[in-house]
Design a protein around this ligand. Structure first.
Ligand SMILES: NC(=O)CCC(=O)C(=O)O
Length: 261
């Protein structure tokens, strides 16, 4: 399966401008060796303009959900639509959308773990349900959002639920880029799945974001890594026979002892 991980900058507080940019990106990506899946970063419609979200966030994920469905159908491509700020029953959530080639919304996941270092808990409501493991062209994929990466409880459970690929959509600051890289490698090794990420680049509110989007194989080897500051599209390939092979060679899931811990 071929993936395009979109490491892009975001226009703060301007969802219309960001949708326009993403439409152009998707158009260009599909012109050259079209991927099977496109992955966008976290909060890509607004960036972290938290005090403004009550006025600029989507309502029940619209209009961005409709926009992504149209893109998926037009280009016949699966889209992990990063995450967007959306208002549901007067609460603002950070929500990841996964849409298949036919334009069906397979998952709408509200970020569970809100980041104190970026003031998310002051403005957002955390979700109460795990992401779904969805099937994209025969591959089992789960998507988490940025800070979720620090919580091995969720990433292990997604492996137990059948994930062979973990996507991480992010706005991870450069100040902690070491954690960004090491945690992705750890999650790949311990769960023996691919970890593919799309992190934003650029700055907002004196925070520099880390870029360095990654594709990591189920042994923890880095296949691709984005630049720290430049917009780029990382093109990765996943092969499910590699996941199967590693899980046979090092049978971690059979060796678990959940009755002990
Ligand atoms: N957007 C995020 O969730 C950032 C997470 C972060 O800064 C960290 O875990 O460190």
């Amino acid at each position: 399966m071929k993936w395009a991980l979109c490491q892009i900058d975001i226009v703060p507080g301007d969802p219309e401008a960001n949708r326009k940019r993403v439409a152009e990106y998707v158009h260009n990506v599909m012109q050259q060796d079209g991927p099977d899946v496109i992955v966008l970063p976290e909060m890509w419609t607004t960036a972290y303009t938290l005090p403004e979200l009550k006025t600029i966030a989507d309502m029940n994920s619209e209009p961005t959900k409709g926009f992504l469905i149209d893109l998926a159908k037009t280009y016949h491509v699966n889209i992990i639509g990063g995450s967007i700020a959306t208002i549901k029953e007067e609460q603002v959530y950070n929500t990841a959308l996964t849409i298949n080639r036919e334009g069906n919304v397979l998952d709408e996941y509200d970020k569970i773990h809100l980041v104190p270092m970026l003031d998310e808990p002051d403005y957002l409501t955390g979700g109460g349900k795990l992401p779904r493991v969805v099937n994209l062209d025969g591959v089992n994929v789960a998507t988490i959002i940025c800070y979720d990466l620090r919580f091995p409880e969720i990433t292990r459970q997604l492996a137990l639920n059948g994930a062979d690929v973990l996507c991480v959509v992010a706005e991870w600051p450069d100040a902690r880029s070491n954690h960004w890289q090491q945690l992705q490698i750890a999650r790949a090794i311990e769960n023996q799945y691919y970890v593919l990420s799309a992190n934003r680049v650029g700055q907002y509110n004196n925070i520099e974001f880390a870029g360095r989007s990654m594709a990591i194989d189920p042994l923890g080897d880095i296949l691709l890594e984005g630049d720290a500051s430049k917009e780029s599209i990382l093109r990765a390939t996943t092969n499910m026979s590699v996941v199967k092979q590693i899980r046979q060679q090092i049978p971690v899931f059979e060796s678990r002892a959940p009755d002990v811990y």
